[in-house]
Design a protein around this ligand. Structure first.
Ligand code: SAH
Length: 360
């Protein structure tokens, strides 16, 4: 980025890359452990915080690299459940959202993987302006570190379910996973990370082959090709049949139970026929169904079913032997759903983003 005159973002480097860079600068290899720990375990936001690194080396680092954390533009705290939603400003002025949720087992953070999104799902606010750009691995980790610092508490779970389609930014997401799971740094294992995708089939298969122990969440939302295509353009590229094959492959390779995300939209995917179809798809595989009453997005004009209807839908699934939960709708009073806060805070309408062409 021009802001840093050709300097590299040091948080982007893996441990080995950092070690190599330091050696090339004539430094001892053990410095890599100290610096990597400052960047990743201690979530440092500047070189000057690195108190056990000499001033001379800090200056040398500043000549070659930069280190910063995203700036908090706005924070909203839910009165209902203490959920915090952050609007973070990045180096180039673009904004993204992250959400911190408090569960009995610790802090869970939902991060964004792109600025905007080009997948065009009809119920989602993140996609309204298309894709502006991918986030770097450092920017993904930066969201966790900024929140961890502010909360003065370790983040125990990460869900990649904020703005963006993570598998559409595959290389940087993978680099991020490598950085965050390194024991010499933050050390967050795959078992504590969930990646949610709208269903990019080839990338699901590629991810299965990486040998990570991530939980895969699949945004299913409809159980026939026709209905899925009506609300998710990605379904025009990959059929449900291909998608289920990829999900089965993921399970086969990783042994991790897949989670099906199903946003309930009134009059669209909440009928008895939908229950039956969903039970058939889910019943054939080791999975869990997460029901999310759709979070209304004004521009989209879609409504959530009544509460009793949502409960009935869940009960009917359970009667068919399906393991289902209704997602706790955390932070609904603070524009908790994907991309809603970013959208609200933008003074001008989005226009520059890129969308996947609608290839019916
Ligand atoms: N692109 C990824 C991750 C981001 S969205 C994906 O599609 O999975 C995270 C989840 O929230 C997805 O299941 C998405 O379909 C769902 N979602 C988006 N907008 C929503 C809304 N307004 N109400 C309910 N769920 C929504």
């Amino acid at each position: 980025m021009t802001l840093h005159e050709g300097k590299k973002d040091i948080r982007e480097l893996t441990f080995d890359e950092l070690k190599e860079a330091l050696e090339a600068m004539g430094e001892k290899a053990y410095r890599a452990s100290q610096i990597f720990s400052w960047i990743h375990s201690k979530a440092a936001g500047s070189f000057d915080e690195m108190s056990d690194i000499s001033k001379a080396l800090r200056e040398k680092l500043k000549e070659n690299f930069y280190l910063s954390l995203p700036e908090t533009e706005t924070v909203r705290i839910s009165k209902q459940d203490g959920t915090k939603k952050y609007l973070f400003k990045l180096e180039d002025g673009e904004c993204i959202e992250s959400v911190r949720m408090i569960y009995h087992h610790g802090i869970s953070v939902c991060i964004s993987s792109q600025v905007g999104c080009r997948q065009g799902c009809s119920f989602c606010a993140s996609t309204l302006g298309g894709l502006v750009r991918n986030l770097t691995a450092s920017e993904m980790a930066g969201q966790i570190y900024a929140i961890s610092r502010e909360s003065k508490e370790r983040v125990s779970n990460v869900v990649i379910m904020g703005i963006g389609e993570p598998l559409d930014n595959y290389d940087e997401v993978l680099r991020f996973l490598k950085l965050i799971s390194d024991e010499r740094g933050y050390g967050l294992g795959g078992r504590n990370i969930t990646l949610s995708t709208c269903g990019l089939v080839p990338k699901i298969r590629e991810l299965a082959d990486e040998g990570l122990k991530l939980t895969l969440a699949l945004s299913l939302h409809a159980v026939t090709d026709e209905k899925r295509q009506a609300i998710m353009p990605v379904a025009k590229r990959y059929s449900l049949h291909e998608l289920m094959d990829a999900v089965d492959y993921y399970f086969e390779k990783t042994g991790r139970r897949v989670s099906f995300e199903y946003s309930l939209i009134k009059g669209v995917n909440d009928s008895d026929v939908d229950v039956k179809g969903l039970a058939e798809l889910a019943g054939r595989r080791n999975c869990h169904v997460n029901l999310i009453p759709v979070n209304p997005v004004t521009e989209r004009g879609l409504k959530e079913p009544d509460r009793t209807h949502v409960l009935e839908f869940k009960n009917k699934l359970e009667k068919r032997g399906i393991n289902a939960t209704i997602r706790r709708e955390m932070g609904r009073d603070i524009e908790g759903a994907c991309g809603q806060l970013r959208r609200q805070m933008r003074a001008v309408p989005f226009s520059k983003g890129e969308s996947v062409p609608d290839e019916a």
